[in-house]
Design a protein around this ligand. Structure first.
Ligand SMILES: [Zn+2]
Length: 315
C-alpha cells in the first residue's frame, strides 16, 4: 500500500470515528431522578385576583434531538419564545420577555450554529401585546428574567424604565459573561432591582425568596445554565402550581425522561453542565412526587400553549 493510500485510509477512519462519537452524544442517555425526600409542598396563600397568563412572542423551529438526549432529529419541535405575566395585587411581574421588536438587530447575539440550525418566527413582542390590550406597562412591578440570555432579556428594550429584577450572581454574569450576555449589556441601561435569596430552604433548594411574602411566588437559585439562573414556583388561588424552569431544559421531556441537552447544545449554551444535570435530577424527583406541578420550560411550546393567553386570565 502506498503511503498516500495509508494516509487517506487513516483520515477516513478518523473522520468516521469522529462522526460516530458525535452521533453518540445525541443518543438516549436518561438520567435518574434523585432519591431525596423533599417533604410536602410548602404552604402558599395566593390572594384573590392573582393570575398567570402567557404572552407568546414567537417561536423557533428546531428538532427534538437538539433539546434532549434521545430526542429524534426527524421530530419537529417548536421552541416557544413566551413571556409569562403573573398578576398579583402587590405587583405584576413579567417572567422573561420573549422576542423583541428589535429581533433582527438582536440576532447577532445568537451563536452562529444556532442561527443556522433554526427558523425564527416573530409574532408580536410582549410590550405590543400589553399595549394593544390596554395594559400600561408601567403597571409592571418588574421584569424577572429566569436568566440573562438574549431570548429572555431582548424585550427589555421594548419596555424602557421597567425595573429588571436580578440577583447579584446574574448581574455579575451580565457584566463579565462575554458573548452569552452581549445582548443583556446592549439593552442597558435599565433600572435594576437587585434581590437576594434568604437562607430558607424550599423543596430541597437551600435558599429561596418568597417575593410577596405569601408563598405565591417563590424564586430559587438553580445555577448551571447560567451562574445566576433561577426557577420560579407560582401558586394560584385555584391551588394550581407551576414551576417556571427557564432554560434548565428546553422541552418538558428533559424533566419527564429525565434527560439533559445533547453535548452540542450543552456546549453552546450551558455554563456548568454538571450543575444543570444535578438540577434536572432534582426537579425530576419533584415531578415524580408532585405530578400536578405544572412544568414550564421557557421554550416548550406545547407546555406554554396550555396556559391561558393574555389578556384572558386564569384564576
Ligand atoms: Zn438560555
Amino acid at each position: 500500500m502506498t503511503t498516500f493510500r495509508k494516509i487517506a485510509l487513516a483520515t477516513v477512519g478518523v473522520l468516521a470515528a469522529a462522526l460516530a462519537a458525535l452521533a453518540w452524544t445525541f443518543s438516549a442517555s436518561d438520567l435518574v431522578p434523585d432519591a431525596t425526600d423533599y417533604g410536602p409542598l410548602p404552604a402558599a396563600h395566593p390572594p384573590a385576583g392573582m393570575s398567570l397568563s402567557a404572552l407568546p412572542t414567537g417561536r423557533i423551529e428546531s428538532k427534538a434531538g437538539f433539546a434532549f438526549r434521545g430526542g429524534s432529529m426527524s421530530e419537529e419541535r417548536d421552541f416557544a419564545m413566551t413571556a409569562v405575566l403573573v398578576r398579583h395585587p402587590r405587583g405584576d411581574l413579567m417572567f422573561d420577555t420573549g422576542m423583541s421588536a428589535h429581533l433582527d438587530e438582536h440576532l447577532s447575539s445568537v451563536p452562529w450554529l444556532m442561527r443556522k440550525l433554526s427558523v425564527r418566527h416573530l409574532d408580536k413582542p410582549a410590550a405590543a401585546v400589553l399595549k394593544d390590550n390596554g395594559y400600561d406597562p408601567k403597571q409592571l412591578a418588574g421584569i424577572v428574567p429566569t436568566h440573562a440570555h438574549w431570548d429572555h432579556v431582548g424585550g427589555i428594550a421594548d419596555l424602557p424604565g421597567i425595573p429588571v429584577w436580578l440577583n447579584a450572581v446574574e448581574q455579575h454574569f451580565i457584566a463579565e459573561g462575554g458573548f452569552p450576555t452581549e445582548l443583556a449589556r446592549r439593552v442597558q441601561p435599565f433600572p435594576v432591582r437587585s434581590y437576594a435569596f434568604d437562607d430558607k430552604p424550599y423543596l430541597g433548594f437551600p435558599r429561596s425568596l418568597d417575593l410577596w411574602g405569601d408563598g405565591s411566588i417563590v424564586l430559587v437559585p438553580a445555577p448551571g445554565h447560567t451562574p445566576g439562573s433561577i426557577l420560579a414556583f407560582v401558586t394560584l388561588p385555584s391551588g394550581a402550581r407551576y414551576v417556571l424552569l427557564g432554560d434548565l431544559v428546553w422541552q418538558t421531556d428533559g424533566i419527564t425522561r429525565p434527560a439533559e441537552r445533547p453535548w452540542l447544545s450543552r456546549s453552546m449554551v450551558d455554563e456548568d453542565a454538571d450543575a444543570v444535570r444535578r438540577a434536572i435530577t432534582h426537579v425530576a424527583a419533584l415531578h415524580r412526587r408532585f405530578p400536578d406541578l405544572v412544568l414550564l420550560p421557557a421554550h416548550d411550546a406545547r407546555a406554554m400553549g396550555k396556559l391561558p393567553v393574555f389578556p384572558e386570565q386564569a384564576r
